[in-house]
Ligand binder design. Structure first.
Ligand SMILES: [Zn+2]
Length: 145
């Protein structure tokens, strides 16, 4: 097979739409020895994968994404201060901030435990305190999701 023929069928190959095993074999023989077609196949596979992922998402989710896009666009018309507030609100909900808060809380808990043991408090009380703290953190993050 030549590049021209192979490339015509690459999309079908990526989406598994070629039933003829002979053609598949011929294509694979060519792709195995042709960098250009190989690269194009990888591209098609990437596109196909993304399309599948999009299809997997429920209609509700894409609706919500559309809504968020529209809201973001509408925010451009807000006065600058309101936009800044909105940006801060979005920032405070980002996963990175959640992780930072979690790490800070854990560090605080460890510090408290360390201070408690140094002051000679019963170790079991410290462990109970620690477990309580972890539960509170776990609950907090479950609620936020
Ligand atoms: Zn080729």
């Amino acid at each position: 097979m030549e590049c021209k023929q192979v490339r015509k069928k690459l999309k079908d190959y990526a989406t598994d739409e070629i039933g003829d095993k002979g053609i598949i074999q011929e294509m694979e023989d060519h792709i195995g020895s042709c960098q250009v077609c190989m690269r194009e196949l990888l591209l098609w596979q990437d596109v196909t994968e993304k399309q599948r992922a999009l299809n997997r998402m429920s209609g509700g989710l894409s609706d919500r994404m559309d809504k968020r896009m529209r809201e973001t666009n509408r925010n451009i018309h807000l006065p600058p201060i309101m936009r800044r507030v909105e940006a801060m609100r979005m920032f405070s909900m980002s996963p990175v901030v959640k992780i930072i808060v979690q790490v800070l809380l854990l560090a605080a808990a460890l510090l408290l435990m360390y201070a408690a043991t140094r002051n000679g408090i019963n170790i079991f009380a410290v462990i109970l305190f620690g477990i309580g703290f972890m539960t509170v953190i776990a609950m907090m993050f479950r609620k936020k999701k």
